[in-house]
Design a protein around this ligand. Structure first.
Ligand SMILES: NC(=O)c1ccc[n+]([C@@H]2O[C@H](COP(=O)([O-])OP(=O)(O)OC[C@H]3O[C@@H](n4cnc5c(N)ncnc54)[C@H](OP(=O)(O)O)[C@@H]3O)[C@@H](O)[C@H]2O)c1
Length: 263
């Protein structure tokens, strides 16, 4: 297999969640590999500043789409705007978490999370991978999580959204392989980004977003799942050796340490 990602998936990559953290890191890694980029998030000014920097540093084309993926109109608007472009690589990194007891939380917040983390991913992946299948080439990178390997008390809905993404990615990895479309689930443990603030958690130690993006791009086309970074690997493989019910209890302990709920 050629190592040249641009030959395999170029010329255009669409990155959601490109204004921050892991999505932003993917944008820079892909620009360095000479992909033209469509950057999607809600923060217009941040995206535009990133676009200016990437264009001047890497001499690639960058298109900014401001959209709220918390409703289907947002996904539709993104798809309409890229209708005529040859998007060969989708990185669906937009997402957010939450922490605290399920029954005490705001169910509208949880439903918004399901929409952004799951529904928008399905909408974008369905439309863009249909076109990739028609061209017999393409790549899809979906962000799951270490939390998706089992239920996680105090982050019940977030963990469930990531289980959904992991299962979805594993299945379409097999379905789309014969059509020349590579699908990868990226399942990090803690990554130092803005994620924890929005999720009402504190993550002090973790992988860098750059490592996550680099390891994912290396794994794309070779594997169905990548667990990026040494800490994520250690946590994943030590936990996966245990019975699922035990893991759920351990996750409760871990999450009560990370969550700021009630502190
Ligand atoms: N950080 C971790 O420890 C970790 C671990 C495992 C998996 N992940 C997953 O990695 C992905 C990226 O997270 P991150 O760590 O990079 O977090 P982050 O720094 O908070 O970035 C999240 C991105 O998602 C975008 N986003 C959030 N809500 C959106 C909405 N309604 N519409 C459009 N875009 C939206 C944000 O942009 P705007 O606010 O500008 O819209 C931002 O660009 C997420 O799917 C997360 O679940 C993170």
């Amino acid at each position: 297999m050629s190592d040249n990602l641009l030959n395999r998936y170029g010329p255009w990559a669409l990155v959601t969640g490109a204004s921050s953290g892991i999505g932003r890191a993917f944008a820079y890694e892909l620009a360095e590999r000479k992909f033209n980029l469509v950057l999607v998030a809600r923060s217009k000014d941040v995206l535009e500043a990133i676009a200016i920097e990437i264009k001047s540093k890497f001499a690639v084309e960058v298109c900014v789409i401001t959209a709220d993926l918390g409703n289907s109109a947002g996904s539709r608007a993104v798809l309409d705007q890229v209708e005529s472009m040859e998007i060969g690589l989708l990185v669906a990194s937009a997402g957010f978490g939450g922490s605290g007891p399920f029954v005490e939380g705001d169910v509208l917040h949880d439903l918004d999370m399901i929409q952004v983390n799951c529904t928008a991913c399905v909408e974008l992946t369905h439309s863009l991978s249909q076109k990739m299948k028609g061209r017999k080439r393409g790549g899809v990178i979906l962000l799951s999580s270490l939390l998706g390997w089992q239920g996680v008390p105090l982050s019940a809905i977030y963990a469930a959204t990531k289980s959904f993404i992991q299962s979805f990615a594993e299945a379409i990895h097999i379905e789309l392989k014969p059509d020349g479309v590579d699908v990868l689930a990226v399942a990090p443990g803690p990554v130092v980004t803005n994620f924890d603030r929005r999720a009402n958690m504190t993550i002090e130690k973790g992988a860098t977003p750059k490592i996550v993006a680099q390891q994912a791009l290396t794994a794309l086309g070779r594997r169905s799942t990548v667990v990026p970074g040494p800490l994520s690997k250690l946590l994943t493989y030590s936990l996966l050796a245990l019975p699922r019910a035990v893991r759920v209890r351990i996750m409760r302990q871990i999450m009560s340490g990370l969550s700021n709920h009630g502190k």
